[in-house]
Every structure is written in structure tokens, then in C-alpha cells.
Ligand binder design. Structure first.
Ligand SMILES: Cc1cc2nc3c(=O)[nH]c(=O)nc-3n(C[C@H](O)[C@H](O)[C@H](O)COP(=O)(O)OP(=O)(O)OC[C@H]3O[C@@H](n4cnc5c(N)ncnc54)[C@H](O)[C@@H]3O)c2cc1C
Length: 698
């Protein structure tokens, strides 16, 4: 018994000794930092960070496998606490939110009745999807179920709709989408993105020089989501109030509804929602990336300069605009008359852009008051030149310098410099562009009794916006085609008559262009006491030749600033250009598109030294998306905004066109077909249907 007790006791001692040794050998010490980090995390175990709960996330952070701000469930306070524990600093990071490019699912043909299957991945694996579209959303909403934050719901068209306020950018939806059409996207990525041929682009979006996502904003208007609609527009165009009034909307020329019916009033809708924002009285907040530490000088405060400044600012850069005139706006302010674009509206729009934190110096002229050397010394990393086309072509005829002869843009700018130009009763305008029409309609409004617009080609070739030509005709302006001035005759040193020659158009040359040529001996005299020449503008660049610091800037034979089409970079690597001074006179929306394009190049130039070219950059319309017929369309009349009657508008500068009512905007938005690349391509769909039918009968 005693022996047994001694043996048992001995065994106990040996076991205790062995256990003691083992505990020393196999002891795992819990890293106290893991415990601290885990303590700082919210403990929701949501898995949104991609790790299996908060403990796993804490281990990943403490071992350097994940950053301190990995937690998507907590706010910035939590990231900061975790970073403090790790001895790190949290810097501002732009949020990346879930988004999809697929917008046209509504018309994609349903392929199968998927008895029992309610998951995109299963449907994709078994049958290739639910809809006849190789690109788009399958529509079962697996992404909805995957979202731990309830930020996704399926919209009425069986397309996911993302709520940016709830989305934490965890990427769960990206991981489950079998078509790879959901991505996490930051504002910066969106700003830097330009259309590519491979994308699902409705024709209107392809044609818009600013590349606005038109189907999306029309859809948002249709759903009454005006705030979202205006933010969609401002991803691409910071001047929707202006464009909603003056843009000749090339997008509408390719609207698919227009193939069988009248095109959707895209620009009316843009104006409607832009006016809604203004009437709310507050500029909607747009995102701005964290400060980059770079500084850019923008020369010229027209639409090109404003757009470039706006996008650079949103990309996190410091921007200063230098402008020669007393106020910003360029030709939008000093060219386009008040009755088309009231200046209080332009002021409000520009205030919103400048309010993002852009510095402005007005009344300073590049080439005279400062130059590139000054800007470099002031620490600017890059320069954007958007100086427009501020010189006018001369008619080159006798009498051009007489009293009573005006230059079109000089004449129009007077109204915005607090002066009313003095003119006679019989006014002749020479030219066929927007400047000519605006000068004619303005002359009428300040008391001319007869206004004639003389153009050397026919109406078809007039470069002015069609709507403006019609409005001028309605107001009683006489349009005289196929006539060109040859001499101005004076009386008492002032204009008294204009002599013109009749013209005819030649047969089309190989380029398809008909040139005007004078008809011999057809000279005719016409009474006139005021003549306004509006035959074309080009950039005022004399200072470039005169100033040795700027002389390296190359000029083309058309007196435009030379630069690379692909990057808008000039021969001086840190100088970029865009807008009318690069292309010659064009449209406001062209200048706005160029402003963003230049901002992209400047951004990469400053950050990376090199500007990556955009692969497959979409610069012309995608052939497959242009149809010559659209089936199943019912004619639905286009709505028109109210406008002032001719007799009440021709003696004042009140705005002529007004905005749509909410119900009309809704009705017009309903007319949109929400085209995508494939979803609407009936031909492709029919071919796919045939293919499918054949494969199922085999
Ligand atoms: C009368 C008229 C009517 C028009 N109507 C329409 C229309 O209905 N729809 C439409 O889409 N487009 C219209 N346009 C065209 C449109 O206004 C222009 O295409 C657009 O403004 C070009 O933008 P931008 O920024 O390139 O140049 P601009 O608007 O000309 O701006 C250039 C800016 O640079 C400044 N600048 C120039 N030189 C210097 C310098 N040396 N130093 C500092 N600053 C300088 C100028 O003062 C100006 O503010 C019209 C143009 C005119 C003249």
C-alpha cells in the first residue's frame, strides 16, 4: 500500500514536472497588440473587411497583412485608434464605392425560365446567364444578398442600385458578381476615365463631347432622384445650367428614339435638373480628393479653363485661374447674350465651381502682366492655357474702318461691360455663325428697325445653332443667302451703303464640300447705317511671339496653340492646352470636355511624370450601335418648354426659353429608351435568339 502510494506520488511528480517543461516549450504568447487592436475594432464580426471576423482582422493588422483602416464597419475614429496602436498615421483616402456600368438591362431578352435558380453565379455556370447580353447584369441580385450593409437593392429593371451613403466599399458584391461588371470606384477614377470602344455606351453618350452619362441621369430624373441626376451630370460637366441653355445638343442627333420618332429632349432635361439645383438655393456638394500638394495655373476663365480647374480641384490639386477680363466666363459671359444665358445664372454656376477652393485673379493678362517664368517662380507644377479665340477675322474690303462698322464680338461684349452700343436703324450683319445670329438678335433688341443677315452660302451650311436661326427668323431678321460684301460706301465719313455680290455654290468637291463663288457682274447696293462683321474668330496669340519666355510655345498655321491630340500637352512639357485656342471656335461643351481631358493629362504628368494613353479611346461613333430602324416604338410627342412670345421678347433681353415643369420633365424622361450597347441592338439579339433556338433543337 505504502509502495503504491509512493509510486503514485512519484508518477504525479514526474507528470507535473513534464507538464511544467511542456508548458515552457509549447507556450504561445498572445501578441498584446492583437488584443489591443481587436479591442479597438467594433466587434461586429461582419466580415466586410474580407477577414473571418474582427479577431482575424486584428491578427492581419497586427502582422502587417492589412492596413489599420481595413474595418469597413467602423468610421474614421476607429481607423485612427487602430493606427495609433500600430504607431501609424491615418491619411485621408478617397472612398471607393460599388458601381456598375450596366445600364440597359431592361430590354435584354430573357433567355430561360430558371426554375428554382435564384443566383447569378449558378445561372451563369449552368446556362450562361438569364439574359441575352454577353456584357450585362444577369438580374438575380446575388450582389444584394452579399452586401453586409444593405447598400444594394434591385431596381425596377432588375439592375442593382447602389446607395452611396450605405456602401462601405468592402467589395463583397464585386467578388460575387459572375459577370465582373461591378467595381469599386473612387471619384478620382471616374474623373480620369474616358469612354472606350469596349464599353456599353448609348449613342447619346458616345456623341456628347463631355461624355455625360445621359441614360443614367435621365433615368434618375424619371425616378424623381434629382440630386443624383445632377451629380451624375457633374461627374462630367460642371456647367449644366449653361449647357442646358446654350448647347446645340449633338447627343440628340443620334438619339435612338429619333430614328422612328422625335429625339428625347436631352438638353431640356439637363436644364430642368440644373435649374432644380439652383432653385434649391445651394450648390450640391461634390467629392474632392485629399490634397496632393501640387499646384496648377489655369490661364483663361472660359468653359475650358473652368472645367479644367474644376476637375483638377476635385482630383485634389491647388488651382489658380488667371483671367484678363473683370469676370470669369469667357465667351459665355462676353459673347452669348443675356436673353439666352442670363448672367446671374452664369454667376451662380461659376460661384459653385470657384467655391470648391479655386483661387481667382481677374484683370491680369498672360503675356503682358505675367508669363511662364513668373508662374514657375510662383511654384506652379503645370499650366493650362485656355485662352479661347478672341481675335476676329477682317472682311478685307474698302470702308471696313468707317464709323458704324463693328466687329461682332466687340459689339456683343459691350453689353456685358455695362455699355449699350450705339447703332443705327438699318443694320447688316455679315456671317452665318452664332456670333452673327446673336449680334442680329441683339441689334433688334436695342432698336434697329431692320436687320439683315448676309451669308455667302445657303442656310444648310450655316454654322449657327439651328434653333437660333429659327428664333432669328421668327423675330423678323431677314436672312440673305449667297451674298458677300465687296465694299462699304460712306456718307459724311460714316457708313451709308453696303455693296455686295451674289454668290453661287459649286458642285461638291472630292471632300463633298460646295464652295461659294461670286457671280460676275451681280454687284448690288443696299442702304445700311451699321454693319457688324462676324465672319470668324481665332486665338489672340500675338503675345506668344513677342515674349521670349513664351516663344517656345508652338503655333499652328491657323494661329491655334499646337499640342498633342492624345494628351493636350504642348511643346513645353508642363504646359497643356484645350478649348477654342486649340481647336479653333467650337462649342462650349467641346471646351468642357477638353478641360477634363487636359486635367487628366496634367494629373498624370504631375504624379507620374508620364501620361498613359487611353487604350481603345472612343472618338467616333460605334457603328454597331447606330440603327436604321427601331422596332416596337410608339410615337410619343416630345415636350417643349414654354418660351416668350415674339412680340414680348424682341424689345428686351429677358430670357426667351424657360424650363420644363416637373410633370413634363417626367414625361420626357419616360420617352428615353435607356439604350446600352447590346441590350438595344435588336439585330444582335435576333441573331442570338436564332443561334439559341438552333442549339436547343439540335
Ligand atoms: C457670340 C457667341 C455665341 C456662342 N454661342 C454658343 C452656343 O450657343 N452654344 C455653344 O455651345 N457655344 C457657343 N459659342 C462658343 C463657345 O462660347 C466657345 O466655344 C467657348 O466659350 C470656348 O471656351 P474656351 O474656354 O475655349 O474659350 P473662351 O470662352 O473664349 O474663354 C477664354 C478665356 O481666356 C481669357 N483670355 C484670353 N487671353 C488671355 C490672356 N492672354 N490672359 C488671360 N486670360 C486670357 C478670355 O478673356 C476668356 O475668358 C458662342 C461663341 C460666341 C462668340
Amino acid at each position: 500500500m505504502v509502495t503504491a502510494l509512493i509510486v503514485m506520488g512519484g508518477l504525479g511528480c514526474v507528470s507535473a514536472l513534464l507538464l511544467g517543461i511542456a508548458s515552457k516549450v509549447f507556450y504561445v504568447k498572445e501578441n498584446p497588440i492583437i488584443l489591443e487592436v481587436e479591442e479597438a475594432l467594433p466587434g461586429a464580426n461582419c466580415g466586410g473587411c474580407g477577414f473571418a471576423g474582427c479577431h482575424a482582422a486584428a491578427v492581419a493588422i497586427a502582422t502587417g497583412k492589412a492596413p489599420p483602416n481595413i474595418c469597413v464597419g467602423g468610421g474614421p475614429d476607429i481607423s485612427e485608434n487602430v493606427a495609433n496602436i500600430m504607431g501609424m498615421k491615418v491619411v485621408a483616402k478617397e472612398p471607393e464605392l460599388a458601381s456598375t456600368e450596366c445600364c440597359g438591362g431592361a430590354r435584354a431578352v430573357e433567355k430561360f425560365n430558371y426554375d428554382g435558380i435564384q443566383d447569378c453565379r449558378a445561372a451563369n455556370m449552368l446556362f450562361g446567364g438569364t439574359k441575352l447580353c454577353e456584357h450585362g447584369c444577369l438580374g438575380f441580385g446575388t450582389c444584394v444578398n452579399s452586401c453586409p450593409f444593405g447598400a444594394i437593392e434591385m431596381g425596377p429593371d432588375r439592375l442593382p442600385v447602389f446607395d452611396p451613403n450605405l456602401c462601405r466599399g468592402c467589395g463583397a458584391c464585386v467578388r460575387v458578381c459572375p459577370k465582373g461588371i461591378i467595381s469599386l470606384i473612387s471619384s478620382t477614377t471616374k474623373i480620369l476615365h474616358f469612354n472606350q470602344y469596349s464599353e456599353c455606351l448609348a449613342p447619346c453618350q458616345q456623341k456628347c463631347p463631355a461624355q455625360i452619362d445621359i441614360p443614367t441621369y435621365i433615368d434618375q430624373i424619371r425616378e424623381g432622384k434629382y440630386k443624383e441626376a445632377i451629380l451624375t451630370i457633374k461627374e462630367r460637366n460642371p456647367l449644366p445650367l449653361t449647357c442646358g441653355r446654350v448647347c446645340p445638343h449633338p447627343c440628340e442627333d443620334v438619339c435612338r428614339r429619333g430614328v422612328e420618332d422625335e429625339p428625347v429632349g436631352i438638353n431640356y432635361l439637363k436644364r430642368f435638373v440644373a435649374d432644380w439645383e439652383m432653385n434649391q438655393g445651394q450648390h450640391l456638394e461634390v467629392s474632392i480628393a485629399a490634397p496632393s500638394g501640387y499646384k496648377v495655373a489655369v490661364i483663361g476663365g472660359g468653359p475650358a479653363g473652368l472645367s479644367c480647374a474644376y476637375f483638377l480641384r476635385r482630383l485634389g490639386h491647388k488651382v489658380t485661374i488667371y483671367e484678363q477680363m473683370p469676370q470669369l466666363g469667357g465667351m459665355l459671359r462676353y459673347g452669348i447674350p443675356e436673353y439666352r444665358l442670363p448672367k446671374r445664372i452664369l454667376d451662380w454656376e461659376i460661384e459653385g465651381i470657384v467655391g470648391l477652393g479655386i483661387e481667382v485673379r481677374t484683370g491680369v493678362k498672360f503675356g503682358e502682366d505675367f508669363d511662364l517664368e513668373f508662374l514657375r517662380a510662383a511654384g506652379f507644377d503645370a499650366v493650362f492655357m485656355g485662352i479661347g479665340a478672341w481675335d476676329s477675322r477682317r472682311m478685307g474690303i474698302d470702308g471696313e474702318d468707317l464709323e458704324g462698322v463693328w466687329d461682332g464680338t466687340d459689339f456683343l461684349s459691350k453689353f456685358h461691360l455695362g455699355e449699350t452700343p450705339v447703332i443705327g436703324k438699318k443694320v447688316v450683319i455679315v456671317g452665318g455663325g452664332n456670333t452673327a445670329i446673336d449680334a442680329a438678335r441683339s441689334a433688334l433688341r436695342i432698336g434697329a428697325s431692320h436687320v439683315t443677315l448676309m451669308y455667302r452660302r445657303s442656310r444648310e451650311e450655316m454654322p449657327a445653332n439651328d434653333m437660333e436661326i429659327t428664333a432669328a427668323e421668327e423675330e423678323g431678321i431677314e436672312l440673305m443667302f449667297l451674298a458677300a460684301p465687296v465694299r462699304i460706301h460712306p456718307k459724311n465719313g460714316k457708313v451709308a451703303k453696303i455693296e455686295y455680290i451674289k454668290m453661287r455654290l459649286t458642285d461638291p468637291d472630292p471632300s463633298g464640300r460646295r464652295r461659294p463663288e461670286p457671280i460676275p457682274n451681280s454687284e448690288t447696293l443696299m442702304d445700311a447705317d451699321t454693319i457688324i462683321a462676324a465672319i470668324g474668330q481665332f486665338p489672340k496669340i500675338d503675345f506668344i511671339r513677342e515674349n521670349k519666355n513664351i516663344a517656345a510655345l508652338k503655333i499652328t498655321k491657323w494661329s491655334t496653340i499646337d499640342g498633342a491630340e492624345e494628351t493636350l500637352q504642348t511643346d513645353i512639357p508642363y504646359v497643356f492646352t484645350g478649348g477654342d485656342c486649340f481647336t479653333g471656335p467650337a462649342l462650349a461643351v467641346d471646351a468642357i470636355g477638353a478641360g477634363r481631358y487636359a486635367a487628366r493629362s496634367i494629373h498624370y504628368y504631375m504624379l507620374e511624370g508620364e501620361i498613359p494613353l487611353i487604350e481603345e479611346r472612343q472618338t467616333s461613333l460605334i457603328k454597331e450601335t447606330l440603327f436604321d430602324h427601331v422596332e416596337g416604338l410608339e410615337h410619343v410627342p416630345r415636350v417643349h418648354p414654354p418660351e416668350l412670345k415674339v412680340d414680348t421678347r424682341i424689345r428686351n433681353f429677358d430670357e426667351v426659353e424657360h424650363t420644363l415643369s416637373p410633370s413634363d420633365a417626367q414625361r420626357e424622361a419616360d420617352r428615353c429608351l435607356r439604350c446600352g450597347l447590346i441590350c438595344y441592338n435588336r439585330d444582335i439579339i435576333e441573331a442570338m435568339e436564332r443561334e439559341l433556338a438552333e442549339s436547343t433543337t439540335q
